[in-house]
Design a protein around this ligand. Structure first.
Ligand code: ADP
Ligand code: MG
Length: 728
């Protein structure tokens, strides 16, 4: 029996003790977080008030107060069994990082006490010299510092043998430059707030102090049996299958989408949700996705910074819990060729401190106008900065997905839906010199309808779609940290909100405000028309049409990342103090470097699989065929064999031999290419990988997949698509 066949007998669902009545979620939601309520119970009133002022107005607390909070946080964590703490942060590579320290301090020889000071809470000093900094930190100043982010609650991570207090932090260099993904996000939220508050003031909302972006990331993923995963070097090392023939049944029947969820998977979902609830992560919906073994979790939306932390945590939880069920959770954007990949729809909106969603059409004519002004700002932002949105989702994994007829193309456009399009058309045509309240009523703007959220009015192919009271940025990759896409969305929209506010102010110049506002809105609608597209984004016609409109369509990750270094983009981020030039360039270098590393790992893995597993399987089968022919040749004297039979078998042998040859030849060529690339700098290497290495890998794959379809099952050790995707 081949190793693969043997596996089949071992696949089973893990046994779990049946729970009679599951706990009510409300009874334990957030129990492992040091939330505001928990903090309030553990610290003095003045310190709590100071902390709240820090959160809302940025008034920093004093060291004594930090000490008090640290002490209460430690006591709370210890009462729950934590013995270690860590500053938890998000380096520029997109992972999360932790450095664990124990609470203990030595007080006398052989004696320890548990202690945690304000200093340690506020600032940590991980020996972070091996995190890429893109050149920001000089080597003599290799240290980075972590600093407490009080806006995101500390939490406790449990493992079987212990618990750790995790403190969300930002990660900065000695000079205060951002070395992570969180600090730029916080800065962009500040920029957005300032701009939005300014615009709201113009519309009469003088009491609003703060506006923040809200975000609900829908997380797609695959689950496959752990036994299969362990036999696939490619999944293990690269997160995706580098070879693998299509299964005769794929997703054609679409019988998986919203189908009943298999029990083993439901168990995984229950447990993941329970773990998430303990951490205060409000996961809400769960369902099957289009591809076999593909699923989705969606949370209730939260403030962006919290949503980003929670999404990072959720991804970690999913991976951890899956293993307990003998499953592996694949977060890669394209684990299987020919089958839908996974994305992370980033639902994004703006909320003020009174709880109003600024993308909700209002109740009064003024509020309707304000909604349209915000909408116009979004249109202008996407129109001017489509390149940045594209760059914010540029990574090796996502490159397989964008434009592959399953995810939005690399062309960024905005979908608004019929109702809203009709309204914008009217405004564009109907904008007059003087607009009275009556005109607003006549234009149908006095009270905008609630926009249709029904699926009939949904365009699932659009990369940036309005869905009733929020936008959905659909090009984000499933494994991505969402902080960078949010940072970009926040910044470009802050810039356009400022523009709209300034334009309205200068147009009104003491005249009628509504007239001025509508005029500015109409102007923006007209100018940004090219960014709007209501049709099928997967179609050939759109490619042509978009080209005619001059919209960028950048398929290559390195090319897209290069846009980060454009003067206009550096100027934008510097203006809003989100990234300095150095910080932005550093990111460019790191992300290019990561792209090359990913592709090198993939190519080397493919080469090893070819040499150590695929070709040997081919040789064994080739041997079988030639032995067979030899026997036929020998018995020919005694048994009458149709010459056509011999011919057929010779052809088959020939076919197998030549397939093996092509696989080997191309693999050798691939290794030569890698060697050549080794002499280039990262930028040139990245370009070469996109243009030559990737097509070559695809080429090898085609031959390997053809070989897979002829070599006997007995000899082929790599689990096949039909097994990984269909065995429950
Ligand atoms: P879909 O039908 O697009 O799959 P889901 O229910 O799976 O919808 O996900 C929609 C997501 O949008 C949820 O995470 C939800 O919390 C989020 N969302 C809803 N309103 C807002 C908002 N105002 N701001 C940000 N996200 C929002
Ligand atoms: Mg969804």
């Amino acid at each position: 029996m081949g190793i693969r066949q043997e596996l089949l007998t071992r696949i089973k669902s893990t046994d779990f003790d049946k729970i009679e009545t599951p706990k009510k979620v409300s009874s334990y939601f957030g129990e492992n977080t040091f939330s505001l309520e928990t903090m309030q119970k553990h610290i003095s009133k003045p310190t709590f008030e100071a902390f709240k002022a820090w959160m809302s107005e940025g008034k920093t607390i004093i060291l004594n107060q930090a000490n008090e909070i640290a002490d209460s946080m430690k006591n709370w964590a210890m009462s729950k069994g934590a013995t270690y703490y860590t500053h938890w942060f998000q380096p520029m590579t997109g992972l999360t990082a932790e450095k664990h320290d124990s609470f203990i301090t030595i007080t006398a020889p052989g004696k320890v006490i548990e202690k945690f000071s304000g200093n340690k809470l506020i600032q940590g000093e991980p020996d972070a010299s091996s995190f890429p900094s893109g050149g920001i930190r000089a080597t003599f100043e290799a240290r980075g510092y972590t600093a407490w982010d009080p806006s995101s609650p500390a939490f406790i991570i449990e493992s079987k043998l212990g618990k750790t207090l995790c403190i969300p932090t930002i990660f900065i260099s000695y000079n205060g430059e951002a070395l992570d993904k969180k600090l730029p996000l916080l800065r962009s939220d500040e920029a957005l707030s300032r701009a939005a508050v300014g615009l709201l003031k113009l519309f009469g909302h003088k009491d609003v102090k703060k506006v923040f972006s809200t975000c609900g990331p829908e997380q797609e993923y695959f689950l496959i049996d752990k036994n299969y995963y362990n036999l696939r070097q490619d999944l293990l090392l690269t997160g995706r299958t580098l070879v693998g023939a299509a299964s005769p049944k794929g997703q054609q029947l679409e019988d998986q989408y919203f189908g009943t969820i298999k029990e083993r998977v439901v168990n995984f979902m229950f447990e993941t949700a329970e773990e998430a609830y303990k951490l205060g992560i409000p996961v809400m919906t769960r369902h099957n996705e289009v591809a076999p073994h593909q699923y989705e979790f969606a949370p209730i939306f939260e403030e962006s910074n919290i949503a980003a932390d929670h999404n990072q945590l959720l991804m970690e939880l999913m991976k951890k819990v899956a293993l307990r069920h003998d499953l592996v959770c694949l977060l890669h954007e394209k684990p299987f060729a020919g089958i839908n990949g996974s994305g992370k729809h980033l639902n994004w909106s703006l909320a003020d401190d009174k709880g109003n969603n600024l993308l909700n059409p209002g109740e009064t004519p003024e509020d309707s106008l304000q909604f349209l002004a915000v909408l116009a700002a979004v249109l202008r932002a996407v129109y001017l900065h489509a390149d940045l949105l594209r760059a914010s989702v540029a990574m090796a994994g996502n490159e397989h997905r964008l434009g592959a007829n399953e995810a939005p193309p690399a062309i960024i456009s905005v979908f608004l839906g019929d109702q809203l399009t009709t309204i914008l058309d009217m405004i564009e045509k109907g904008a007059k010199k003087k607009v009275s309240k009556r005109d607003i009523v006549d234009l149908g703007l006095a009270r905008l309808p609630k926009f249709n959220k029904d699926t009939t009015d949904r365009n699932r192919t659009s990369p940036f779609a309005f869905t009733g009271n929020k936008f959905e940025f659909r090009a984000v990759g499933s494994s991505q940290n969402i902080s960078t896409p949010i940072t970009v969305v926040n910044t470009i929209i802050a810039d356009s909100l400022d523009y709209v506010a300034e334009k309205i102010t200068s147009t009104a110049k003491g005249g009628d405000f509504n007239t001025a506002a509508l005029k500015v809105i109409a102007q923006i609608i007209k100018e940004t028309k090219d960014i709007r597209f209501e049709g099928n984004n997967y179609s050939e016609e759109w490619l042509k049409e978009a080209e005619k409109r001059g919209l960028p369509n950048v398929a290559s990750t390195p090319e897209s990342l290069e846009d980060l270094t454009k003067e206009k983009n550096i100027a934008l981020f510097e203006k809003y103090k989100v990234f300095s030039k150095e910080e932005l360039i550093a990111r460019y270098h790191i992300w290019i470097h990561m792209y090359t590393l990913v592709l090198e790992i993939e190519a080397n893995t493919l080469n090893e699989m070819v040499n150590a597993s695929i070709v040997p399987a081919g040789f064994e089968y080739q041997q079988l065929l030639s032995d067979n022919l030899k026997v036929l040749g020998e018995i020919k004297k005694d048994v009458k064999i149709d010459p056509l039979v011999l011919k057929d078998q010779k052809e088959h042998l020939n076919d197998v031999v030549s397939k093996i040859y092509y696989v080997r030849r191309n693999a050798k060529e691939m290794m030569k290419l890698l060697e050549k690339a080794g002499k280039f700098n990262a930028e040139k290497r990245a370009k070469l990988y996109f243009e030559e290495l990737k097509p070559l890998m695809e080429h090898i794959r085609r031959h390997v997949d053809a070989l897979e379809c002829v070599v006997s099952d007995e000899h082929w050790d790599l689990p096949k698509y039909r097994e990984m995707l269909f065995i429950k």
